[in-house]
Design a protein around this ligand. Structure first.
Ligand code: GLA
Ligand code: GLA
Length: 707
């Protein structure tokens, strides 16, 4: 770093410290749940991500015509166009975007504008090099790519305020702009510069009543790391052996997640104050876990998801995609959401990331998103780029604009949207089963992975798929969610538990709920410090079992006998359970603890707690557990679906909208409980539905018979 940079740097730190708190805490409340169909003039959003700035203006009219012909009624624009909107500091040019909007609006297409902060212009980074983020080694990233900024940098905050204010001012009365997408996929990179260190120390000071309390909570006496001043607190940057206090590291995760939310809220506050009739969203990444979406999404009006199911490589990848959709819905109180980027072609950056999918599958994936509570689909992107990093990332059209098979598929679905809109209006996903995702536990496992083959998300998928195969909708819950509507809550490896969450789960069980916990639950308190209680700590009484012996398995396999008297392979971790009041569901099959309990069920209050001390790669193991949980919860599981077929339901009062989705090239038969009406054809379907290859069937209850 040269002297000029160091000078600028200290000014920046001082400016941050002096920044009035009001800059972050302006109070504007998010609006009540937005009806997305209503918002888009009564039409289900069917859109594309469009980059008019990438193409010659002479192409725009033809593009808009082709969009309209395919049933497109929505575009997202401008989220990477900062340099074209603010060409030099404080010099704005909206004329090109106005012209693009005029062309699109003229074809019945309405827009959401992206605030372009995910890609700061070169002139800004050259003038304020301290905006760039700093990595764990203390090295500032150099210019290039995107998302390269420090969330706490005062120069970046000032530049953000300027561009967002200018866009809001220019478009506040524009009838063709219905809302805003803030930034693009917030959540990285974490930054380790001095501004962030000062901000983290400030965050700690606000959280802990005193430095003594922080030292106690983190157990800093370990290796004598006790802090004598707030300014001594480091960030979890790379240090010798790269091992930091897990407590400090967990608080840094929370701090970074809070900072992402505060930055989102900072922009949302400007937009809300200036354009109160436009709605605000942010496009997110489903299972991405560097931020807590349930906290982040308190800042926005509705959630958007960038849905790329082609990345999933799991054996039941359509359930993997479904889980991400359900997590996005669950991150904001189960409100319907928008797909802001739906896969429309092969992915790739430096090289191709996946082979091409059968073209019909793009339509199945889009319907899957609707089935899981999306009230709109916007494809990424209208046309594959000629330039830059994403030349291999395919949109609907290729560079030649020929109406190719992907365009035909999108257009086919576009023709179906009026009937689908009528069927879906006012409907929601309703689930009896909740899957609890704990951001604290996920982060704690990043900090200290149990064993090399441990994967928190894999357990989510295993339990999720078991219920979904039995045709149960599943909601994803966060610690702040309302648990009261659920019959079953599955909380795999609930490692870090604060008192409030433990109490909420006790109440849930006492009032009749069925709780499924798995290995390494109740191990740590809210500070990522190990409990002094016998494991599973706050859940020992609920589970009616104690754990005095456990075995992390790096390479060995175990077997588990039961549930249902089968033998299943087991791996990753073995909690040896000693029932106090619980009944044994399964035992270990090998080794020194053969015959001891591997899974138990306990009655507590009016409810039941199932504790599963291990993990199995066998889906059948989870089907048996799901069946046991359903029995305890007095829920009837339906006949297992054929492999490759999904069934998902939305409800509106007594009306059900059933989606049958075939992800395979083979036909499959699915038996339903009654006759339903086909939403697309209006015809009555027999109870035994035959789904052709890659077929989608949207069904609803027959209309009431006449008197
Ligand atoms: C070494 C050190 C101890 C402890 C153990 C276990 O022996 O001297 O302080 O760290 O390893 O890690
Ligand atoms: C993300 C981004 C898009 C684009 C796509 C494809 O979802 O939001 O801008 O980069 O990935 O890479």
């Amino acid at each position: 770093m040269n002297n000029k940079l160091i000078g600028g740097f200290f000014v920046a730190v001082a400016a941050f410290i002096l920044m009035p708190a009001s800059a972050w805490t302006q109070q504007t409340a998010p609006k009540p749940p937005l009806d997305l169909i209503q918002w888009n003039d009564g039409k289900l959003i069917y859109g594309v991500d469009y980059y008019p700035e990438h193409w010659d203006e002479s192409q725009w009219a033809k593009d808009a015509e082709m969009m309209q012909a395919a049933g497109i009624n929505f575009v997202r624009l401008a989220e990477f166009a900062w340099v074209k909107l603010e060409t030099a500091e404080g010099r704005f040019d909206f004329a090109w975007l106005d012209r693009a909007l005029k062309v699109l609006n003229g074809h019945g297409i309405r827009a959401v504008l992206g605030t372009p902060t995910a890609s700061p212009p070169a002139w800004l980074m050259a003038k304020y090099p301290d905006i760039a983020a700093t990595n764990e080694e203390g090295i500032r990233y150099r210019y290039g790519s995107r998302r390269n900024y420090c969330l706490h940098n005062p120069n970046f905050i000032a530049a953000t305020r300027r561009i967002v204010t200018a866009m809001a001012e220019h478009y506040k009365n524009h009838p063709g702009v219905i809302g805003w997408q803030i930034d693009n996929e917030l959540g990285d990179p974490p930054c380790y510069d001095a501004v962030c260190q000062a901000a983290f120390q400030k965050w700690c000071k606000a959280k802990y009543p005193s430095l003594e309390a922080l030292n106690q909570a983190w157990g800093t006496i370990f290796w004598g790391h006790t802090y004598g001043a707030w300014s001594e607190i480091p960030l979890p940057w790379n240090t010798l052996f790269q091992v930091h206090s897990p407590s400090l590291a967990l608080d840094y995760h929370r701090f970074f997640s809070d900072a992402s939310r505060d930055y989102l809220k900072f922009q949302a506050d400007i937009l809300r104050a200036m354009t109160p009739d436009k709605s605000i969203t942010h496009n997110e990444m489903g299972m991405f876990d560097q931020v807590d979406y349930s906290q982040m999404n308190t800042a926005i009006d509705f959630v958007s998801f960038d849905n790329y199911p082609m990345f999933n490589k799991d054996y039941a990848s359509y359930f993997q995609a479904g889980l991400a959709l359900d997590l996005m819905r669950g991150s904001k109180a189960n409100q319907n959401f928008l797909i802001m980027e739906e896969q429309a072609g092969m992915p790739g950056w430096k090289s191709y990331w996946a082979g091409n999918a059968p073209v019909a599958l793009y339509r199945v994936w889009a319907y899957q998103a609707l089935a899981h509570g999306a009230d709109g689909i916007c494809y990424f992107r209208w046309r594959t780029s000629r330039y830059g990093t994403e030349q291999y990332w395919h949109g609907i059209l290729d560079q030649d604009s020929y109406p190719n098979p992907r365009y035909a598929t999108v257009a086919r679905m576009g023709q179906e949207m009026p009937q689908v809109t009528a069927a879906l209006r006012g409907s929601k996903v309703v689930s009896a089963v909740g899957l609890l995702v704990s951001p604290d536990s996920r982060w704690a496992f990043h900090i200290q992975p149990l064993v090399k083959n441990f994967d928190y998300d894999r357990q989510l998928r295993l339990y999720y798929a078991a219920f979904r195969r039995a045709r149960m909708n599943v909601d994803v819950l966060f610690p702040s969610s309302d648990f009261s509507a659920y019959k079953i809550i599955v909380a795999p490896s609930l490692f870090v538990v604060d008192k409030a969450l433990a109490a909420k789960l006790v109440t849930f069980v006492q009032e009749g709920g069925t709780l499924v916990l798995s290995y390494r639950s109740g191990v740590k308190d809210a500070h990522n410090v190990v409990t002094q209680q016998t494991l599973p700590g706050p859940f020992a009484e609920l589970a009616g079992a104690a754990i005095h012996e456990y075995d992390p398995q790096v390479d060995q396999e175990q077997t588990v006998v039961g549930p249902g008297y089968s033998r299943f392979p087991a791996q990753v971790w073995f909690d040896v359970l000693e029932p106090t009041t619980a009944q044994v569901l399964a035992t270990y099959g090998k080794g020194s603890y053969a015959g001891k309990a591997a899974a138990t069920a306990n009655t507590y209050g009016n409810g039941t707690v199932i504790y599963v001390g291990t993990e199995s790669p066998s889906p059948v193991f989870y089907e048996r557990l799901a069946a046991r949980a359903a029995q305890a919860a007095k829920l009837r599981l339906a006949e297992t679906l054929p492999e490759g077929v999904e069934l998902a339901v939305r409800e509106n009062g007594d009306k059900k909208i059933i989606f049958l989705l075939n992800y395979t090239e083979n036909a499959h038969e699915v038996s339903l409980d009654q006759d339903y009406q086909n939403v697309l054809t209006g015809k009555t379907e027999p109870q035994k539905v035959v789904l052709g290859p890659f077929e989608v069937r949207v069904l609803t209850n027959p209309p009431p018979q006449g008197p």
